[in-house]
Design a protein around this ligand. Structure first.
Ligand code: 3PG
Length: 215
């Protein structure tokens, strides 16, 4: 897939690499070297969370200076978040839960959305709105691989990105499941690596994540 593909889909976002990094940035100066470090390691779908005062400025910097990355916004909780993320250059959105309002806003903005679900009812609501590529959040806390196996029966047409408690020690177990396309996790961008400007470490973590086997 070309990264300038305007018709990006949620499935393409999930298929690009085994791991979508969940990124928390407090300093705009970190944004571009961090994004370049991930891309150098083979990870280009980047979820920058809307959790800090600097998040939108960080997203603008990445969108402007790292065209090889495909910038996404995480922690999108309402239509205003989705609009701000799109204006800052985000090309996909990830939410911790699902509301039809967020789904509609992302559709209107042309932003593929990976909405978070943790129950069968939430999956059904997302599916009613046409969404079948979903984030399972918080994955470990809400039932882990056992929950995904249970869902594979009634929700056999849904593909998941488990996120929350996923780490290098359990990622392969999630990725081996047929209804898991990729996982999400914050371990690729540790706060201390950002503070130290240790971009080589982030590239190495990305390289290891990009090499994880998928089922
Ligand atoms: C989050 O939203 O913070 C993600 O779920 C990341 O969780 P993790 O830190 O357990 O990877």
């Amino acid at each position: 897939m070309a990264v300038d593909d305007q018709r990006l889909t949620a499935l393409q976002v999930m298929q690009d690499a085994p791991v979508i990094p969940v990124i928390v940035l407090h300093d705009v100066a970190h944004a571009v070297p961090m994004a370049r470090a991930l891309v150098a390691g083979g990870i280009r779908m980047l979820e920058v969370t809307l959790r800090t005062a600097q998040a939108l400025a960080c997203m603008e910097a990445i969108a402007r200076d790292v065209p090889e990355a495909v910038l996404g916004a995480g922690t999108v909780r309402n239509p205003a978040d989705a609009k701000a993320a799109a204006a800052a250059g985000a090309r996909f959105a990830v939410s911790p839960g699902y509301t039809s309002a967020v789904g509609q806003a992302c559709r209107d903005l042309g932003l593929p959305l990976l909405p978070g679900v943790a129950t069968g009812s939430e999956i059904m609501m997302a599916q009613e709105d046409g969404l079948s590529e979903l984030k399972f959040f918080p994955a470990l806390q809400a039932g882990g691989t056992a929950m995904l196996k249970a869902w594979s029966g009634p929700f056999g047409d849904v593909r998941f990105c488990p996120t929350g408690g996923v780490s290098p020690s359990n990622a392969a177990e999630f990725l081996a499941l047929p209804n898991v396309v990729c996982v999400g996790g914050s371990w690729l961008v540790p706060a201390d690596a950002l503070a130290q400007g240790d971009w080589a470490r982030i590239t190495q973590l990305a390289r290891e994540a990009a090499g994880l086997p998928r089922g």
